[in-house]
Design a binder for this molecule. Structure first.
Ligand SMILES: *Cc1c(COP(=O)(O)O)cnc(C)c1O
Length: 476
């Protein structure tokens, strides 16, 4: 093997930089970015040749050099985090960012972000204000609670609540509610971090009122109920309701805390979904503190919302931990604009994307599926395309057993394999994330909005399965 000759085929840096393609690239990206891409790709090429055993492969790799430089420089010139098209049908997809924010809401949040705001400034009195003030009253009005605040996420909320109300003492919780939520959030571990001692009562499937009563000692600081958001114990089961727990809590002069998880404010059973306890009901039933996520069924930004009795909320606001867990101005603004929608249920369902997708009728989803199929067929798609009924999920650990009837556009490509198509879809400028079932690409139309229809066709044309050919430049 004459590797020296192979190495000699590698172009020099200055020759590369002067070539037409690379000069154009420098205009588009920047000199520094391109130079870095050139160096990295030359290095990778030398390593490749060093390990390569076939002259043909080495030559091919030399020929691909410019294209690889273009791809690398383009990748380096745009943010890595970008929008994707969620075609999985899972509405609150934790890996894809959970709840999307409505466009009119983002415009408002954008204005707040663009300049200064009264985040912690009371305009009435001309002095320092509270960042929670912008949404506290709204939360109280909607949930019936006396006071409210918010921290970074619900895991942080549970930590803060237990640290404030249970530190140095015991908190009683049912064994059936010691849940692990995705991302390794475990109730027992959070308890330990908070400084409260966990007292487990009952068994996995059954906990009775008397179990709680017997567990209360001098050391008990609170009773805790955790909503088992992401799983259900079915069959021979029994748990104690918030209302019953509130009675014992009152008798023993202890606060009752509920981690309700999803924090739904609208009774979704009216729209054909299974019943999920609302925050209002929990407060009404006598919970002293309720905490929940902002980006699950509430449909807003990542946040952990805490509502309940003023005396406890005041204690939490003063807790040093709050400073470490505090929400930023984007979240405060997003929560306010989102919660305003909840003043009218009709508006909430219309203007909050997650709720709109959850409650959208099968017929409307089906219409979009037919439309997309027709758009693809009109562009002579090189694939077998068919419509198929499918089931969407709510996701985000909410309503785990719920399946929403939906319609999918299924594609089996003819010119490439299904795996290749899936891979190309992931590398598009706006990546498309589908489900793959039985060697078919399945696009669940529930999570693809009317406004996203043109975009999905435009993006798909970048994969080479539509009549317009796939070009390397589009596939970065
Ligand atoms: C999802 C969930 C959490 C964690 O909430 P994040 O906002 O994701 O931190 C905590 N408790 C319950 C019951 C949940 O369902």
């Amino acid at each position: 093997m004459e590797k020296n000759i192979w190495y000699r085929r590698i172009p020099k840096v200055d020759v590369l930089l002067e070539s037409k393609e690379i000069a154009r690239l420098i205009e588009e990206c920047s000199y520094d970015v391109v130079l870095e891409a050139v160096r990295k790709e030359l290095e990778a090429l030398r390593t490749f040749i060093g390990e390569c055993q076939s002259e043909k492969e080495a030559n091919e790799r030399v020929e691909a050099l410019k294209e690889r430089i273009v791809r690398r420089a383009k990748r380096a010139s745009r943010p890595n985090m970008r929008p994707v098209i969620n075609a999985t049908g899972t509405i609150l997809h934790t890996n894809l960012g959970r709840a999307p924010i409505g466009e009119q809401h983002i415009r408002h949040i954008g204005k707040i972000a663009l300049g200064y705001s009264n985040l912690e400034y009371n305009l009435e009195e001309g002095k320092r204000g509270e960042r929670y003030a912008h949404f506290e009253e709204l939360l109280c009005k909607i949930t019936g609670a006396e006071a409210a605040m918010a921290v970074n996420n619900n895991a942080a909320a549970v930590l803060l609540v237990l640290n404030t109300m249970g530190k140095g003492g015991e908190v009683v919780v049912s064994r059936g509610e010691l849940v692990e939520i995705g991302g390794k959030f475990r109730v027992p571990d959070v308890m330990e971090q908070s400084g409260a001692t966990l007292v487990e009562v009952g068994t996995t499937n059954k906990t009775h009122l008397a179990d709680y009563e017997e567990a209360v000692t001098e050391e008990t600081k609170a009773l805790l109920k955790v909503h088992t958001s992401n799983y259900r114990i079915v069959g021979f089961t029994e748990s104690v309701s918030v209302m019953e727990l509130a009675k014992i809590a009152k008798e023993k002069e202890l606060p009752l805390i509920e981690d309700i998880g999803s924090g739904v404010l609208v009774d979704l059973s009216k729209y054909g979904l299974s019943y999920e306890p609302t925050v209002q009901e929990s407060i009404k039933a006598g919970a002293d503190i309720v905490c929940f996520s902002g980006d699950k069924l509430l449909g807003g930004p990542q946040a952990g919302i805490i509502v309940g009795r003023k005396k406890y909320i005041d204690m939490m606001k003063k807790n040093q931990l709050t400073r470490a867990l505090r929400i930023d101005k984007f979240t405060a603004s997003a929560l306010e604009i989102l919660l305003m929608e909840y003043l009218s249920e009709e508006r909430a369902l219309k203007n909050i994307p997650a709720l709109r997708m959850i409650t959208e009728s099968f017929g409307d989803v089906e219409k979009r599926a037919k439309k997309l199929r027709n758009m693809l067929v009109r562009r002579n798609i090189k694939a077998d395309v068919r419509l198929d009924k499918c089931e969407s999920q709510v996701g985000g650990g909410s309503l785990p057993l719920e399946r929403l009837d939906s319609m999918a556009v299924c594609m089996r490509p003819k010119n490439i394999t299904t795996a290749q198509l899936e891979e190309r879809m992931r590398h598009l400028p706006v990546p498309i994330i589908p489900r793959t079932v039985n060697d078919e690409i399945v696009l669940d139309m529930r999570t693809i909005a009317k406004e996203g229809m043109d975009e999905i066709v435009r993006e798909l044309s970048g994969t080479g399965i539509l009549e317009k050919n796939w070009e390397p430049g589009e596939y970065v």
